[in-house]
Design a protein around this ligand. Structure first.
Ligand SMILES: Cc1ncc(COP(=O)(O)O)c(C=O)c1O
Length: 413
């Protein structure tokens, strides 16, 4: 079969047909999909972290179907019930007493929204991002993204003196290095609008920030008048056992909270939706006409997100998500695999790093995605060294054991 899309994706040679419900407990979503030949796969990709309830959770499907019959599109100038319900729910989950939210469709769109808000609210013009970071694929977001292959030939960042379509005032700091961030505040006095961080770097290979680093960034931003931006697109929406990964890593002291929080992926339960939230006084800088999105916050997407949040709460999915990492670590401890260097992450955001076999082996996990797929398990590989596991939150020991056993089999060759 010929792929008539742009050739931008690595091809897994797999046509996914639909979810499989054979062994699904009533009232749950499915964790398995099948291809067109009927071969079944455990899905630990989940659209890259978009399926916290699994595929086609009955309450999620019912909510989307009902909304589809009622109202699917509405301009942002109108209020709708699901839109107002969602922003109220998000406000309850945010670390501030009073929250305002912009609703968009994709992660990169809300990264852009965070940049606009930070520039307007501070009147400054520079953003600090981190080495290995991934914040999306539009121009502002790729400027904040570390991988040069994603940025070039579109964007040159601050200090990069070369012709480019866009010159973006983004500077990068090493991960975990508070002194380096402080040095940037000294180098660009009164210019840094926002320091933006993924509390757990996802695409890079599942690297959680230390509490000390996040608290240190909070202190630096406060001291230098910059905003602290928290990209929770991959780590947020309950994946670590709390609504925000920030809470999991730092705690819920409001004095240590970020200033801007943005979400996408899991928040819609599989339906595209994204949000960018901030305290009301900050959001007030986004005056009429300063931002917008035709589909952002459409009633269908909001109904999907409201249903997702309700199911997470009602079915105890925060707790089951939280249990996944320790469960996998326990399974691995019983049945150790010498080629696994580390199993890290938080809750249902898990990275299994594979050790290099030689000094020249820079991508020891590169072939594992295809190899595990052949054995009926779908995972993605991050940075060539880490197997990423993003299961639905209700998945547990059985699914994690299947992943571990399959990994061990493919490593054994
Ligand atoms: C942390 C983070 N930020 C931003 C994005 C971009 O999201 P999207 O692909 O929905 O634009 C991603 C996607 O993987 C992400 O993981």
């Amino acid at each position: 079969m010929q792929d008539l899309r742009w050739p931008t994706y690595a091809n897994r040679n797999l046509v996914l047909d639909g979810a499989v419900f054979d062994d699904v407990e009533s009232g749950r979503g499915s964790v398995r999909v099948k291809d067109r030949d009927g071969k079944v796969y455990l899905d630990a990709v989940g659209g890259i972290g978009c399926l916290p309830l699994g595929h086609a959770h009955p309450r999620w499907v019912a909510a989307v179907e009902a909304q589809m019959r009622k109202l699917v599109a509405a301009a942002g100038t109108f209020w709708t019930e699901p839109q107002q319900e969602l922003v109220a729910m998000l406000a309850k989950h945010m670390p501030w007493s009073d929250t305002r939210t912009f609703l968009g469709n994709t992660g990169t769109e809300v990264t852009e929204a965070s940049i606009k808000l930070a520039l307007r609210a501070t009147g400054r013009d520079v953003v600090v991002a981190f080495e290995r970071a991934f914040h999306g694929r539009t121009l502002g977001a790729i400027a904040m993204t570390a991988n040069a292959a994603y940025r070039e030939p579109y964007v040159a960042c601050l200090g990069e003196d070369r012709p480019a379509f866009a010159h973006m005032n983004v500077v990068r700091a090493p991960w975990g290095d508070l002194d380096a961030v402080e040095a940037l505040f000294v180098r660009y006095p009164s210019r840094i609008a926002m320091v933006a961080i993924e509390p757990i770097q996802g695409e890079a290979g599942i690297f959680p920030a230390s509490r000390e680093f996040l608290v240190g960034l909070r202190e630096l931003c406060t001291r230098h008048g910059a905003l602290l931006g928290d990209d929770e697109i991959q780590a947020g929406s309950g994946r670590t056992g709390n609504f925000l990964a920030w809470t999991t890593l730092v705690g819920d002291d409001p004095a240590l909270a970020p200033d801007i929080v943005w979400l996408a992926k899991a928040i819609g339960g599989g339906f595209p939706i994204a949000s960018c939230s901030a305290r009301t006084d900050l959001a007030a800088h986004m005056i009429k006409g300063s931002h917008g999105s035709t589909f952002g916050g459409n009633p269908l997407a909001c109904a999907a997100a409201v249903a997702t949040l309700r199911v997470m709460q009602d079915e105890g999915l925060y707790a089951s998500a939280k249990a996944q990492l320790p469960t996998l670590q326990a399974i691995a401890a019983e049945d150790p695999e010498p080629r696994v260097k580390e199993i890290r992450g938080s809750g249902a955001m898990i990275g299994i790093e594979i050790a290099a076999t030689s000094a020249s082996d820079a991508q020891p996990a590169a072939a594992l995605g295809d190899a595990m797929q052949a054995k009926g398990v779908l995972v993605t590989i991050c940075s060539g060294h880490t197997v990423r596991v993003l299961l639905p939150y209700h998945a547990g020991a059985a699914e994690l054991r299947q992943i571990w056993t399959t990994l061990r089999q493919v490593l054994a060759g």
